[in-house]
Design a protein around this ligand. Sequence first.
Ligand SMILES: [Zn+2]
Length: 411
Amino acid sequence: MQCLECGDELSRLDNSHLLHCCSLTLHEYALRHHLPLDLLLDKDQINCEDWIDDYSSPQSQPSERARAIFRGLKWSGLLCNENEFTLLPGEVRRLDLLLWDLHWLSEYGFQFRQEYRYAEATHRVVALNRLKVPSVLLQQNAEVRLSPVPPPDFLWSLAVLIAHVGELQAGYLFLQFPEQTAAETVMVEAERRGVHFKQLDAAGHAGGVMLRTLTTSDTRQLLDLVEGMLSEMPGVSERFNQNTPEVTVSKELVFDSAHFITDHPAKCSNLHGGRYLLHVKVRDRVDPVTGCVVDYGYLKRVATKQIIDRFDHHNLNYTAAELSWRSSTEMLCVYIWEQLIDYLPGLVELELYETTQSWCNYKGPSLALFQEQGSDRLLGHFVDEKLGSASHRNLIKEKLTALEVIGKTTG
Ligand SMILES: [Zn+2]
């Protein structure tokens, strides 16, 4: 076949030709020339086995920098095990970052692999870019290799964490952790440097933790702290200094609920039910590395946890004090906004349909304003501590006996 980069006629196209010809991997070449990998690969290049013997133990201990980077990657939860290997997966769009990681992780014996696998679920060949090391090699002298003495540089570990799993949403930085202790370390160390985080309950990992910078100025302060480090990592700074197009994404959610309207003069005071349709709209810049404004999976996870699990197949009036009086679509919108804004600072609009003929739209306060002002007073009447403090209440207090008589059953 002909190489579309250099025009040479080749018996087969592979990485050893491409890397010399154009410095591209086969995966990138396939994307650039929009060709399915199946057409470029011979059978013997697919589902190849990786051999432990092809790896060797490093001769010296990892440097302090390498240990800091390794720790940041451990925090991120990206390192995983597959058969006899420990690996760090990378995305092809971020191949240069993965190769930057390789520069440091080679001190632990990691090597780069681009593996072509036939994926049964999709019936096509996919390429996997990853750094791999035999787990047994990593475990050898594990105490010495992983021992944090002297402790690896916190800021380098943090920068690596941000570069790999940080998500910027409307100026707030989100970090996900597979486990609590790493999140706590980051929170405490960042706090010492004047950067505040808020812990949120919507991690992608089971039992994991999600942190979000408390304010946009915390984000700026945090990014300033690691700016020099992020700029060393290929393609990372562009994600956090975004100048990409702004797009609104929308997620449609459905819940079946019952409700009634207290003191309503007509039949809405009766318990009745229906299917609600909710559109959650988030506007932000497109992340150049993920190609997304916000992951739809994340949006769904947050909305499911905060809204659907609480409302679906429930009587709305009994789900929250804020809704017990009036669970109208208007009140619901204001309430739902407050349940989502912490997780979705790019939230721009909610659209809630009670029936196909009746719906409402709501644009609530920004996260900054919400954090400053707190919950809307509209929702607070029956939870306000001042409820019952008006002097006129004395009129009925004085006639308590009369009230009691009315309330009593006779006989
Ligand atoms: Zn070529």
